[in-house]
Design a protein around this ligand. Structure first.
Ligand SMILES: Nc1nc2c(ncn2[C@@H]2O[C@H](COP(=O)(O)OP(=O)(O)OP(=O)(O)O)[C@@H](O)[C@H]2O)c(=O)[nH]1
Ligand SMILES: [Mg+2]
Length: 443
């Protein structure tokens, strides 16, 4: 996700952050480098030009050149401009209250990911307490209705289908069905074509008239860069879009579509598709994506992800143990299990690029974690509470019991001692804590 552009930006930011003085020449050179990176990322030329002009103008003002920490000030300007390019504020779906029927119409080219996104959004709304209905109105591609039905089955969201071959009539039928069955959001999946053509636009126009939507969302493939922006413009002119879902964001290394869409079309990106699984649809937060691109890490998403898996009480308990040096092997076991729950290191490092290079892949290797878990599980409660009693003969027993070697048991205990030591240092040292926190925050 955005690897390519993030690499350049992280490097620029790293070079700036240590600087105690910044000259006009520094500003120009930095902006030039970013300009090339943006163009290389397939960002619209007009958007790039606007970025260059406004950044130079603002950075050359008193604020940066005379600031106590000019590097940080300059970074802040860049971060704000990138967030503005992405759309500034997060936009929500505009739906009516839960007791009134809302309609969401999906449009887009063939293979953009409409049907998948419709099912993902239905699942999201259902988890948010809504009662959605999926309407199968792609009557062009033979297997389209079946595909939606399969996804409906997986998400537990009902699918409305008609045998007749008129998409607008099917949409109307879906609304009536939803009213009868208490479905408060109807999500209409439509047929895509290879290119924008009159047939497709006419059909979606008829569906729009038959089932007046609250949201008309374009589903566009992020990997197509500027093409996605052109498509959005065309759809908006003919149908009047309310927003965009950018799919396949997980495979988009460059980010050109995301960085140009809002400025060029004026339409907000509401969601991004981040994978093929039905859970892989995330609300689009411009500020968070901006700090991700700048290599400063998406701390908020990381914390949210951690909160989903680690309870607040557990975190507080751990903090207390850290402070009083009571961290035991049992706590380490629980941590290993939590890390396992949070998913792969890859997804974490993507949210926190500053971690890349600091954490080693093998620290999060599932096989290694399973071995560590087995070792601790082979210890007695007493041993887990006080690692100092685990002498040579106990280590041998633990190795045997866990199907590992004595060397691996040694290594785990050494690792544990090191962790304890780091924790002790961290909690004792206010400066170190502040330093640790500062790497997450630009200012
Ligand atoms: N990696 C990734 N793949 C996706 C994403 N969204 C959709 N896909 C894949 O893209 C392919 C096409 O998705 P569909 O949902 O069938 O696309 P569509 O727009 O409905 O296509 P038509 O109905 O033929 O117009 C499928 O293989 C999906 O699994 C995403 O966010 N990330
Ligand atoms: Mg489809």
């Amino acid at each position: 996700m955005l690897e390519k552009i993030t690499n350049t930006f992280s490097d620029v930011i790293r070079k700036l952050s240590g600087k105690s003085a910044i000259s006009e020449k520094n500003i120009e050179e930095t902006v030039e480098r970013i300009k090339l990176a943006l163009l290389d990322a397939d960002v619209n030329v007009r958007v790039v030009r606007r970025f260059v002009n406004s950044t130079i103008e603002e950075a050359k003002g008193e604020k940066v050149l005379r600031a106590v920490d000019p590097g940080q000030q300059f970074i802040k300007i860049i971060a704000d401009k990138i967030a503005a390019m992405l759309g500034d504020k997060k936009q929500d779906l505009q739906l009516k209250g839960p007791d009134t029927q809302s309609v969401i119409l999906f449009a887009g080219l063939q293979g953009a990911g409409k049907t998948t996104a419709a099912a993902k959004l239905a699942l999201r709304l259902k988890r948010g307490g809504r009662n959605p209905l999926l309407a199968a109105c792609d009557l062009v591609r033979p297997a389209a209705v079946e595909q939606l039905c399969v996804l409906g089955e997986k998400t537990g969201v009902p699918v409305y289908r008609e045998e007749a071959k008129d998409a607008a009539a099917a949409a109307k039928g879906a609304l009536a069905y939803a009213r009868k069955n208490g479905n408060d959001v109807v999500i209409i999946d439509t047929a895509g074509r290879l290119q924008i053509d009159a047939g497709m636009m006419g059909e979606i126009g008829r569906i729009k008239a038959a089932a007046p939507p609250d949201e008309i969302l374009l589903v566009a493939d992020a990997m197509t860069g500027q093409n996605a922006v052109d498509i959005a413009k065309a759809f908006d002119e003919q149908l009047g879009l309310t927003g965009v879902i950018l799919t396949k964001f997980d495979s988009d290394a460059r980010g050109g579509a995301a960085l140009s869409l809002k400025s060029i079309t004026g339409k907000p990106i509401l969601f991004i598709g981040t994978g093929e699984k039905l859970e892989d649809l995330e609300p689009f937060h411009p500020d968070r994506i901006a700090s991700r691109i700048l290599g400063m890490g998406d701390v908020v998403s990381l914390v949210e992800k951690a909160q989903e898996t680690i309870s607040v009480e557990a975190a507080q308990k751990l903090q207390k143990k850290m402070a009083t040096n009571q961290f035991t092997l049992q706590d380490m076991l629980e941590q290993i299990r939590q890390v396992k729950k949070m998913g792969s290191l890859q997804s974490l490092v993507e949210m926190m690029p500053v971690l890349a290079g600091q954490v080693r892949e093998q620290d999060f290797d599932p096989a290694e974690m399973a071995r560590e878990e087995a070792i601790i599980l082979s210890m007695t409660d007493k041993e887990r509470a006080n690692y100092l009693i685990i002498g040579p003969s106990r280590r041998k027993r633990v190795a045997l019991g866990s199907g590992t070697s004595v060397a691996e048991v040694h290594r785990l205990i050494r690792q544990f001692e090191k962790t304890r030591l780091t924790m002790k240092k961290m909690t004792k040292n206010k400066k170190m804590q502040a330093q640790f926190m500062r790497q997450f925050k630009p200012s």
